[in-house]
Ligand binder design. Structure first.
Ligand SMILES: *Cc1c(COP(=O)(O)O)cnc(C)c1O
Length: 394
């Protein structure tokens, strides 16, 4: 069996995705937030885990909703035969609204222009749009500002009176949910409550109110409302790494990035390693070449100098560090006197419970968040699914 690159069953490097972990994480989160429902967020190729397999695994775990950022992602799910409630929230004027309606994708509006375009598509196609109205309760990103909220609601309710849209959801998004106790959390919750009350007085009868992301799902029970939108936690990573590890809350990472060593060799003391000789061996040592680089998604910020600390890599049962610059296709690890040979498996990150570094360790080493680590692995790397039966239509 080969994939689109003609690669065989034992690739030299791979992103391994444990679909049972996604299923179990979603089940754990559902139990935690019940009676609120879970929308699993599968934008950005399911945070790099593979859009369709991850969506099916989430549904097997009890996700009754799926969420994407752009409409193309939602339409790709429908094209693959994925059913169930599905919402796409990020659009620009001229969006393929008619396709969204034909595919039964819930849409969102932050401004009257979007309602107008959606209503026009409904008139054209004869289908009623399921519409969520988004409030900017304080994030300062998308959503109608509080001052523009009554006009947005009024525009939508007029279209609803004509049978063109149905206002099924009122929603907003939090700025600082990853900092439990941050005052913005309380003020955004209050602004959301107030806007919901106002919309109800204007005549809105929404099916669902939703505010929480993963961090709020785990730390802000008051913010769960009817539906929580969980992304990162469903993939077994912690959105509040300073406060809780995934294991603390019964989650396990679904993704691991693995490679087989391309070369192992002994070098003398003083050997400069990789571009710019950022790293130099301080003694005779064994270097191992890992056939993965920044073109595959390994952050160049994971490079390690002789003084600085590179990102961690598990080799021969020992956690070593990236030595020197991460290149486009490869990087080097200094194994000192460890025993290893070409073909041995190395793990960049995976499940700390199995002694592997975590995506969070990589994020820490690279000055970023685990979201960015898992989403950046490139199509050049094959995804290998464990528990692949979960990716079959149910
Ligand atoms: C990405 C996203 C989420 C999921 O966020 P996590 O922190 O990964 O749970 C929820 N809601 C919106 C609007 C998003 O864009």
């Amino acid at each position: 069996m080969t994939d689109e690159y003609g690669r065989g069953p034992v690739p030299h490097a791979q992103v391994r995705v444990d679909l049972a972990a996604i299923r179990d994480n979603v089940a754990e989160l559902s139990a935690r937030v019940g009676p609120a429902a879970v929308m699993t967020v599968v934008k950005a190729d399911a945070y790099g885990h593979g859009l369709v397999p991850a969506a099916r695994a989430a549904q097997a775990g009890g996700a009754t909703w799926l969420g994407t950022a752009v409409l193309a992602e939602a339409l790709a799910l429908r094209a693959a035969g994925v059913t169930g409630r599905l919402m796409a929230w990020l659009s620009a004027p001229g969006e393929r609204w008619a396709d969204a309606l034909a595919a039964d994708v819930d849409v969102s509006a932050s401004a009257p222009w979007a309602v107008t375009e959606i209503a026009a598509a409904a008139r054209e196609t004869g289908r009623t749009a399921r519409l969520h109205l988004k409030l900017d309760s304080g994030l300062g990103r998308s959503g109608a500002p509080v001052t523009a909220w009554p006009e947005l609601v009024e525009t939508a309710l007029k279209a609803q009176a004509e049978g063109l849209v149905e206002v099924v959801g009122l929603w907003s998004h939090l700025a600082c949910a990853d900092e439990p106790g941050h005052p913005a959390n309380a003020s955004q919750s209050a602004a959301f409550h107030e806007a919901v009350g106002l919309a109800r007085r204007q005549g809105a009868r929404p099916e669902v109110l939703h505010l929480a992301n993963s961090a709020a799902a785990l730390t802000m029970p008051d913010a769960h409302f009817d539906l929580v939108r969980v992304g990162l936690a469903a993939y077994g990573l912690s959105p509040v790494p300073q406060a809780v590890t995934p294991a603390d809350v019964g989650l396990r990472p679904a993704m691991s990035v693995r490679a087989r060593l391309a070369l192992v060799k002994r070098v003398p003391a003083g050997q400069g390693v990789s571009y710019g000789h950022l790293y130099r061996t301080d003694r005779e040592s064994t270097l191992a070449l890992v056939p993965l680089g920044y073109a595959d998604g390994v952050p160049r910020h994971g490079s390690g100098g002789s003084a600085g600390v590179g990102a961690p890599v598990l080799v021969s049962g020992v956690t070593r560090r990236v030595a020197g610059r991460v290149c486009m296709d490869q990087f080097v690890v200094d194994l000192r006197d460890d025993d290893a040979r070409a073909g041995d498996e190395v793990v960049l990150f995976g499940d700390p419970a199995a002694g592997e570094p975590s995506a969070q360790h990589w994020a820490g080493a690279c000055g970023t968040i685990s979201y960015e680590i898992v989403t950046r692995f490139a199509p050049r790397l094959p995804r290998v699914y464990v528990g692949a039966d979960l990716a079959e239509p149910r």
